[in-house]
Design a protein around this ligand. Structure first.
Ligand SMILES: NC(=O)c1ccc[n+]([C@@H]2O[C@H](COP(=O)([O-])OP(=O)(O)OC[C@H]3O[C@@H](n4cnc5c(N)ncnc54)[C@H](O)[C@@H]3O)[C@@H](O)[C@H]2O)c1
Length: 438
């Protein structure tokens, strides 16, 4: 079995490496020459726990290679995965499918023998039909099927998610394609992973339904946190109290600064567009998008409030910039809205993130970049935690206080306990939890 993976980003690289770990011959292709040359020099261009060792061992075993030569990779492959980006199209929020269709055209030119073309990118319903049309038009002679196989991995735990997924979704009506996909995912059959075979448009929609449902869950608990503050309830207990109900589940019920990252923001917008165009608007998702946008500004306002109503001439220490821990991905991270809002209000920013700073430097201006968490606090009027990296969970409070001008902490991830923080002498603000006096 030979696989070509077109697009060697967060999804393509992890999927390619994991298929090679299953024993499949994989060629990862990217048009980004720098990315491919770094991979060929043994350097993994993204931060993903466990990935580096797995790339190394599979390369050594001769099952994993990297190239910019799409034609060569596709020639003779049994399955060609499309794992290119599908960002928001500027202006209307629709998924920008130009990379997917571009890849389809390039693949068409290189096809020989029966090939299954698998869309792993998150794409709106009907994209598989268009990919098929593009390839058929370019190569009326080609023997191929187009399958939808959306990816559900999470950055930060991508390898485990790929190797032990909750389910695999495969959208195709063609028996030959189904058999090939079943063969490819055989190691997951063996560990009894649920594999859902369905029609192609259904598979495409499942991915958006999953992501928008999760974004809705996050937005729900964020709103619940706001209500808790007004009525003196504790959102973490509310989350636990409802999450223990098997129909609800405890995951994605952590109040925070709003969802971000490379998927939820663009996928919620894209599904809203799809639904509007299908004349079946998803009002619930439209509201989620609106609330989540507003939330990031509300977080900046909380920091202003914690500093006594003005940030003019003040310095804010910021811990965590990526949209979640264990990734270097800065795409649509809440920090990208919160930090400029603080700067607009007159604050100087001192920031640190364990893995995201290189990426953040290109996206945020006039920030004082620090080498570690404690360096951010030097002379700061307030400290805010935007991303809950483990190394921020056990700060030395005496050291923090000795470095800061004022012991003010705005914890946007609820990683500390209000009672303990008050005892340690902090003016502590968090989300949806009563202070020690309530
Ligand atoms: N990042 C995630 O956690 C995640 C999870 C599930 C699904 N997805 C979906 O997977 C898709 C890919 O996401 P990503 O985060 O890996 O994107 P990415 O931007 O990290 O990677 C995409 C790569 O594709 C390359 N590329 C584009 N056109 C190409 C072409 N014609 N030939 C070769 N290479 C090409 C780009 O250079 C880039 O390296 C998206 O649709 C996304 O929504 C992402």
């Amino acid at each position: 079995m030979r696989v070509a993976m077109i697009g060697t980003g967060y999804v393509g690289l992890v999927s390619g490496v994991c298929f090679s770990e299953f024993g499949v011959d994989v060629v990862c292709v990217d048009r980004d020459e720098d990315k491919i040359s770094r991979l060929n020099n043994g350097e993994v261009p993204i931060y993903e726990p466990g990935l580096e060792a797995m790339v190394e061992s599979n390369e050594k075993a001769g099952r994993l290679t990297f190239t910019t030569d799409l034609k060569k990779a596709v020639h003779g492959a049994d399955a060609v995965f499309i794992a290119v980006g599908t960002p928001s199209r500027r202006g209307d929020g629709h998924a920008d499918l130009s990379y997917v269709y571009g890849a389809a055209r390039e693949i068409a030119a290189a096809l020989n023998g029966y090939t299954v073309i698998v869309t792993k990118s998150t794409v709106p319903v009907g994209t598989g039909d268009e990919v098929e049309r593009i390839i058929r038009e370019a190569r009326p002679d080609a023997d191929f099927d187009v399958v939808s196989n959306p990816e559900f991995l999470r950055e930060g735990s991508a390898i485990e998610d790929f190797m032990r997924p909750d389910r695999v979704v495969i959208g195709t009506g063609e028996e030959r394609a189904r058999e090939l996909m079943a063969h490819l995912y055989r190691p997951l059959f063996l560990i009894e992973t649920p594999i859902l075979f369905t029609a192609r448009p259904t598979a495409e929609l499942i991915k958006y339904a999953a992501n928008t449902f999760l974004a809705t869950k996050i937005t729900f608990i964020n709103q619940m946190a706001d209500l808790c503050e007004k009525v003196g309830a504790d959102v973490q207990d509310v989350a636990k109290g409802i999450g223990l109900d098997g129909r609800i589940g405890g995951k994605f019920l952590h109040a925070g600064p709003g969802y971000g990252g490379s998927c939820f923001p663009k996928d919620t917008l894209a599904l809203v567009r799809t639904a509007q165009e299908a004349d079946s608007p998803l009002k619930i998702i439209e509201t989620v998008v609106e609330l989540n946008d507003a939330r990031k500004m509300q977080m900046a306002e909380r920091i202003v409030k914690a500093c006594g109503g003005s940030l003019e001439g003040k310095t804010i220490a910021v811990l965590g910039l990526t949209f979640k821990p264990n990734t270097d991905d800065m795409r649509d991270a809440p920090s990208l809205d919160i930090l400029p809002a603080l700067q607009d209000a007159g604050a100087a920013i001192r920031a640190y993130d364990p893995e995201g700073m290189e990426e953040a430097k290109g996206r945020l201006a006039d920030v004082i970049w620090c080498e570690n968490a404690y360096e951010t606090m030097e002379g700061a009027d307030a400290l805010t935690i935007i991303t809950e990296w483990n190394e921020f969970r056990a700060l030395d409070f005496d050291r923090v206080k000795s470095l800061m001008k004022e012991p003010v902490m705005v914890d946007l991830r609820n990683i500390y306990n209000p009672g303990e923080m008050a005892e340690a002498g902090f003016k502590y603000a968090c989300l949806g939890r009563p202070g020690p006096a309530s």
